[in-house]
Ligand binder design. Sequence first.
Ligand SMILES: [Fe+2]
Ligand SMILES: [Zn+2]
Length: 371
Amino acid sequence: MAAIREAKIIDRAIEIQLEKANSIRFEDCWLRDHCRCTSCYHADTFQRAKHILDIPDSKIVSLKYNENQVIITWDDGHTSIFEADFLAQFDYKKWNDGRKLKPVLWHGDEVATKITRIHVDKFLNTKDGARSVFQSLLDYGVALIEEVNATLEDTEVVCKALGGVQHTIFGGMWQFTTRADHADTAYTNIPLALHNDSTYFTESTGLQILHCLEHSNGEGGDTILVDGFYGATRLRHEFPEDYAFLTKFNIEAEYIEEGHHHKFSSPVIKIDAKTNDPAQIRYNVYDRSPMAFTSSEDCRAYYRSLRNLGRYYEDTKNQWQFKLWPGTVMVMDNFRVLHGRTGFTGTRVLAGSYVSRSDWLDRARVLGLIQ
Ligand SMILES: [Fe+2]
Ligand SMILES: [Zn+2]
């Protein structure tokens, strides 16, 4: 509970001093916009009631306060009451820090002992179970859900609990064997280099969920994961020019099959404006479009920087390689973690889906893990 020690008018703003906290300044335009009376705010839907053009440009005529409230009278006769707890949220540093994601960088198979591995019933039926899965996704970008029946239906239940199935040109829930029914390398049995999916969508798919339902009469097909943020951070320190290039230069990616042509252009390393750290990696060596360049410098920087970044991802010391068996659903954050696969023989049946980033962060927020 925040407690107000003092409140005063300064020019067209008020400044409040809270117990054991910084003072916070609020401009009159902000205060009028955030008035919580029933004509300014619909408390039942958490929505403002007035268009921004209809908020009067009025001035504060008086200010009263006690420990719990600030009461403002405006020059058009309106009164606004603000609770101390409401105002306390808007100390900029606290507000901004609360919105920063804090990924824990990893490399190699050390991460195997850190991520959440949890029985499916605990994930589906307990809040603590759900929290530990989403916390693992926020911290490491990976979680494993175990003892899931090896069927598409049971996998779908897990996908729904992770935020809901994201529909793409590949369907909602998908299941495939080595049969090639899409024009993509993922549908063959050759090794797949580390990559992010859907770099050609205007927003990449969020979580990638994979469940190996069957692997018989053969071997191989290990899953390989690498932390995209770790590689980007190494590049930042060891090849700062390449890092700067990949955070600014728009690299185009595309996906073509009969009746479809997706295309999107964006930096390979997207920066979080709050932390100045990587927020998304879209590294996919297969899906790059043929591009024209304005200068030979840019063209050379494109090859140099993609190779220098790719070396961290292809370095086996940075990778976590393991075999997924029926029963274990792997969940990974496609905005961060790159995935690949060793070649294999035999019949391999995989099922899974995507969950959009907005939908899984929604779950994490409802569970109280992020703001
Ligand atoms: Fe993939
Ligand atoms: Zn009001």
